[in-house]
Design a protein around this ligand. Structure first.
Ligand code: GRG
Length: 281
């Protein structure tokens, strides 16, 4: 199952949802494009363990639903107040604020019903759903967003590293953890996957900061609200050169760690991470 096939699954993931303006808004953002990195990571880890990626399809769709909800809410006037996302008007611009809030709520809740359809050992599925909830919720991404909202101009890189760990890292680590759990890996390798996810999340967010100052909104398909909102970022604290060095170092460490896992063929995941390193938006 590669990106195009995944798009089909995602498109049909709301088929059973009652028709409404909220469903329309959910589908609008869910099918607006996006790199689909999180579901593709889950797929590549399963494949690396020789498991049919189909086994993780419901979690893969759930991840993209949760990620999309976070983008819809992050773009709201009460948060970053952005008007362009994935090359299209943001959800609240296309619909209205109330509908966008409900579309986010709808995607978040539907994600868990969808993940629960996974055909695997029920104890493993429940454990993955709990991890997913923790990664997305007030001990994970929501906590990171909360720290982000409280940001002060005096923040150092160490302060924002923590914001990035939660805001970005949690949702990039969880596909690795879910796939590893579905594959039944050891505790030792599960810890290694978490370390890979942490480094990947940090590198990915630093790369996002670099792209924000080196590309135009047209090229990125999203408005550069960090600049408008005078956000403290890796680039504003470390400078462009040091940010690039740190990003490269972290990506290198991720790629190297992918070779240290028992019974895992890293080829597909390494190719995916390399495509992320090369990304231009
Ligand atoms: C509203 C609870 C809540 C959380 C919002 C996702 C997020 C947290 C904020 C969006 C802004 C931002 C810079 C988030 C960090 C993660 C990130 C870089 C998201 C963009 O992910 P991509 O590049 O996006 O995978 P696409 O559009 O390709 O799916």
């Amino acid at each position: 199952m590669k990106k195009n096939e995944f798009e089909e699954y995602l498109y049909h993931s709301l088929d059973d949802v009652t028709d409404s303006r909220v469903k329309e808004a959910m589908l609008y953002s869910l099918t607006a494009g996006g790199k689909r990195i999180r579901p593709l990571m889950l797929e590549e880890v399963l494949e690396g363990y020789g498991i049919d990626p189909q086994k993780g399809i419901y979690f893969a769709c759930a991840l993209e639903m949760i990620h999309t909800y976070s983008l819809i809410h992050d773009d709201l006037p009460a948060m970053d107040n952005d008007t362009l996302r994935r090359g299209k008007p943001t959800n609240h611009v296309m619909f209205d604020e109330a509908t966008a809030i409900l579309a986010g709520d709808g995607l978040l809740t539907h994600a868990f019903a969808f993940a629960a359809k996974t055909q695997a050992d029920p104890a493993v599925v429940v454990s993955c759903m709990r991890d997913l909830s923790e990664s997305a919720g007030p001990d994970g991404m929501v906590y990171g967003q909360c720290l982000d909202m409280q940001e002060k101009q005096s923040y150092t890189f160490e302060d924002i590293r923590k914001v990035y760990q939660y805001k970005t890292g949690c949702l990039l680590t969880i596909p690795l953890v879910i796939a590893a759990k579905l594959a039944g890996v050891s505790e030792k390798d599960l810890s290694l996957w978490k370390e890979i996810g942490y480094k990947l999340g940090l590198a990915f967010q630093i790369q996002d900061d670099i792209l924000d100052v080196t590309k135009t909104a047209d090229e990125l398909g999203k408005t550069n609200s960090d600049i408008r909102n005078e956000k403290v970022t890796s680039v504003s604290t470390l400078g462009l050169k040091q940010s690039e060095e740190l990003m490269n170092e972290l990506y290198e460490e991720c790629l190297s760690l992918c070779h240290n896992l028992d019974g895992f063929d890293p080829e597909g995941l390494v190719t995916l991470i390399n495509s992320v390193i090369q990304r231009v938006y």
